[in-house]
Design a protein. Sequence first.
Length: 96
Amino acid sequence: MQNPSEITISIHLLSGDPIVFKIEANEDRQRNAGTRIERSMNANYIGVELDGRLFIIPTNNIQKVEISPAPTAMISHVVKGAKSEAVCPAFAACPN
C-alpha cells in the first residue's frame, strides 16, 4: 500500500527501462502538479535529482510517465475517472 504522503513517479524509457522514484506529496506539489506535468512534457528534457545525482532525460526518449496517486490538479488533455478493462503493454491494442 502506498504512503499517502508520497507520490510515486515512473518514467518508462523507449528502451523499456523504467526510472522509478518517490517524492513528498506536499500541498504545493499537489496544487501545481498539472502545470508542472504539462511544462515538463513540452520541454526537451525532464531533470530529476535522485539520490544526490542529477538525471537529465530527453523527452523524446520517454515512452510514458505514470504518477500514483493521480494528481488532483490535472492538465486539460487527461481523461479522468477511467476504469481498466484489460491490461495491455504500452497502450498496445488489446486482444478481444
